[in-house]
Design a protein around this ligand. Structure first.
Ligand SMILES: C[S@@+](CC[C@H](N)C(=O)[O-])C[C@H]1O[C@@H](n2cnc3c(N)ncnc32)[C@H](O)[C@@H]1O
Length: 248
């Protein structure tokens, strides 16, 4: 028999069936990636939060560079980002860091969608790459506060099933969307056509939406939502992920 615990993941009854011998199996396992940045393996989904190539590198190349955050930041003083499946917040943190390098005056508004407070609570425990530490110290506050305001950015976390929270946010509003659920194989409901179509309505016309997945499911969902498709950066994989552009 298996039961799910609200706070620690799976509780596995011992082979003896003795209640006193119930042991806790942690849902989240810390992993080191090739670039020295930390990620986790999720036992429920049987998948890692990032590729082995590097959590930081994946955020930088597959999401921040793919969505042209530096170019956007160089051309505007207001940037709005939707971080779909926020997790440890790498994508948003790296976006803030890269945008500030080219525009110290910029104001960045970020909405993060995430349904698991346990992964948010891990942010405070990780030894992040030096460049990320200031931002991540702020992000660690998300375990107690759903909105943080710093000099150059605001970050609001909607802690709920993304299929529900996506309905609450504005349309034609975001300059870039980082779309980062677990894979279509283990989390197919976050890649469904209707949800992807709703997600696309949140982007401004012309905005880019980054994913790491090169699957047929991802390609079809964004193409059917009326997006123009590009191949994103490969970042250690054979194929680059779908990079979608909202056309109108
Ligand atoms: C691949 S990880 C995201 C990694 C993240 N972008 C980062 O930088 O750490 C997928 C995330 O989706 C979240 N998730 C899974 N199902 C969800 C749902 N129905 N609604 C919102 N978030 C969900 C997981 O908790 C996990 O944090």
């Amino acid at each position: 028999m298996q039961r799910r615990s609200l706070s620690t993941g799976l509780l596995c009854r011992s082979a003896s069936g003795n209640d006193d011998a119930i042991i806790t199996k942690m849902k989240l396992k810390e992993q080191m990636t090739a670039d020295g940045s930390t990620t986790y393996f999720n036992e429920e989904f049987q998948e890692s939060y990032h590729s082995r190539h590097g959590a930081y590198t994946e955020a930088l190349e597959k999401h921040v560079q793919a969505c042209r955050i530096s170019e956007l930041a160089a051309s505007t003083n207001e940037l709005k980002i939707l971080d779909f499946c926020f997790g440890l917040g790498y994508n948003s943190a790296v976006a803030i860091i890269e945008a500030l390098k080219v525009n110290p005056e910029i104001q960045i508004e970020i909405i993060g969608l995430e349904n698991d407070i346990e992964i948010i609570q891990e942010i405070a425990k990780i030894d992040f790459p030096a460049e990320m530490q200031v931002v991540m110290k702020d992000f660690a506050k998300l375990k107690d506060e759903m909105k943080i305001q710093s000099g150059n950015y605001s970050l609001e976390l909607l802690l709920d099933d993304a299929r529900t929270s996506i309905e609450k946010i504005e349309e034609n509003y975001y300059d870039a969307i980082f779309f980062d659920p677990f894979s279509p194989k283990v989390c197919p409901w976050l890649w469904e056509q209707d949800l992807v179509a709703t997600l696309v309505t949140k982007a401004k016309p012309g905005a880019l939406i980054s994913t790491y997945s090169s699957s047929r499911v991802a390609k079809d969902a964004f193409a059917n939502a009326g997006c123009k498709l590009f191949e994103g950066p490969k970042c250690g994989r054979r194929d680059g992920g779908v990079l979608a552009q909202k056309t109108k």
